[in-house]
Design a protein around this ligand. Structure first.
Ligand code: SF4
Length: 180
């Protein structure tokens, strides 16, 4: 029987959730025994197969139209969609800007931060922040499994992926959840 396919990608946030996935260390081999790891930090492919995957894992909040496209593409191509980490689950760190607005956040980060020199300007990059507020994944597409944490521990990621790879919906118990 063919192994289930797993793909992952990230949106607005940081690489912390993907680093935590890599922190599974040798347990990655155990997951690879159970599943065909497609677009993941391990294979470095950038998006899920057009033919679709069984499990799509997305980290990060939705901050711009590029993030929105990633969310829709992963949803369309995945039978089960996992929101990995606080940014995907409820907006997390990038959604802090929702309280002050895009321009105020960019001004504070680029023009007012003491660590920046006088030459620094707000980048003219449409990918930077094109939406008035950062949204959680479930505000844009339906989500099947939520894995909170910033980042979620490698233990909980291993539990979730190995359960899904064996066709079971994972139960993420409170004792597995930690915030660093
Ligand atoms: Fe980074 Fe935390 Fe967001 Fe994961 S949940 S992308 S570790 S800020």
């Amino acid at each position: 029987m063919a192994k289930p396919k797993i793909a992952s990608d990230w949106m607005a946030g940081c690489a912390g959730c993907h680093m935590s996935l890599l922190d599974m260390d040798e347990r990655i081999l155990a997951v690879a025994e159970l599943a065909d790891l497609r677009a993941t930090p391990i294979t470095d492919l950038k998006e899920p197969d057009a033919s679709g995957v069984d499990v799509g894992v997305l980290e990060g909040g939705i901050n711009n139209t590029a993030n929105e496209e990633v969310a829709h593409k992963m949803r369309q191509r995945s039978k089960i969609l996992v929101a990995l980490g606080d940014c995907a689950v409820f907006g997390g760190v990038p959604a802090l800007r929702n309280f002050c607005g895009v321009q105020a956040a960019l001004q504070r980060a680029y023009l007012e931060a003491e660590s920046n020199d006088a030459e620094v300007k707000i980048p003219d990059d449409p990918e930077l922040a094109t939406m008035t507020r950062v949204r959680a994944l479930q505000e844009v597409v339906p989500v099947d499994v939520y894995v909170p944490g910033c980042p979620p521990d490698a233990d909980v990621i291993f539990h979730v992926l190995s359960e899904l790879a064996q066709g079971r919906k994972p139960e993420v118990k409170g004792e597995l959840l930690h915030w660093h």
